[in-house]
Design a protein around this ligand. Sequence first.
Ligand SMILES: Cc1cc2nc3c(=O)[nH]c(=O)nc-3n(C[C@H](O)[C@H](O)[C@H](O)COP(=O)(O)OP(=O)(O)OC[C@H]3O[C@@H](n4cnc5c(N)ncnc54)[C@H](O)[C@@H]3O)c2cc1C
Length: 297
Amino acid sequence: MEDVIIIGGSFAGLAAALQLGRARRKVTVLDTGQRRNRFAGRSHGVLGHDHKPPSDIWAEARQQLARYPTITLLNARADSITGAIDNFSVLTGDGESLGARRLILSYGVVDQMPDVPGFAENWGASVIPCPYCDGFEVAGQHWGLVWSGPQSMNQVKLFDDWTDRLTVFADGHDIPPDVRADLARRNTPVVDGRITGIARHGDHGATVKLDTGADAVVDILFAHPRTKPSASLHDSLSLATVDTSTGIALKTDERRETSMPGVYAAGDLANPGIPSVTTAVWQGAMAGIFAQQSMLV
Ligand SMILES: Cc1cc2nc3c(=O)[nH]c(=O)nc-3n(C[C@H](O)[C@H](O)[C@H](O)COP(=O)(O)OP(=O)(O)OC[C@H]3O[C@@H](n4cnc5c(N)ncnc54)[C@H](O)[C@@H]3O)c2cc1C
């Protein structure tokens, strides 16, 4: 029996494993290698790792974990979870059954791309979600924002620190007159119509095709598709969730424990705030430490 099984071995899961391995606890990490930022050429804003390919950060972390004899990294999917505190079972996609006293869920979320030709193909290059991640590199250029609801106004205000050339694409949303007046006051034009296609030009430029027949060209396009958890294992345990502006997140307390004793959660899966590698690492480290402390006698 393991002390802890970690499901999802990316930034949050590996950070949890590091703390547990250093405390000499037996831990197995299951991972399917589909990190959320795998579409991005470079990762930004992570202290000590700025401007590195995300796969390099992940590979270096895995290499460092090899020092710890009680950590096992498995390239395997967790298919189901049963049991309760001190006696959980995890069934892997390979049909192996593993037991553990504690679980850490860090299997992240999936961005649900709209069915628009060119959207998924250009995700991470000319269609991106986050100015903190990639805004500096395109500061001062002509940005586009795909409107996704009232929360998009926060993005408009946020983008002010990076550019004064922003175009909003309504994409079929009914933007109210007072919001349009606010956008006009900010010199932010609104392009009406639904987006029917996105074509990339250059490194990150985007031509946005519209059902009105018009095309609009921007240097980079920001969009915030809804997310969903990468697996539904939390549903089988009936874990409590909270609503976020783009999806749901697992509810945890300040020790990163979910609504079920012995089950901890970290990273984008359990982050109703601003998702990032740094936040995932911090939450993962805390989940590892608190899971370990919960086993002290
Ligand atoms: C295009 C893009 C660019 C980004 N750029 C940046 C950036 O520059 N800087 C930054 O800080 N953040 C960036 N982010 C955000 C960052 O990617 C996430 O915040 C971070 O990856 C969250 O880490 P995580 O460990 O919670 O989840 P993830 O990195 O998404 O990892 C989850 C892991 O769980 C695995 N998994 C899923 N289901 C199972 C299962 N059933 N069994 C086993 N394993 C499973 C997956 O394969 C995956 O490896 C970016 C995001 C996107 C979409």
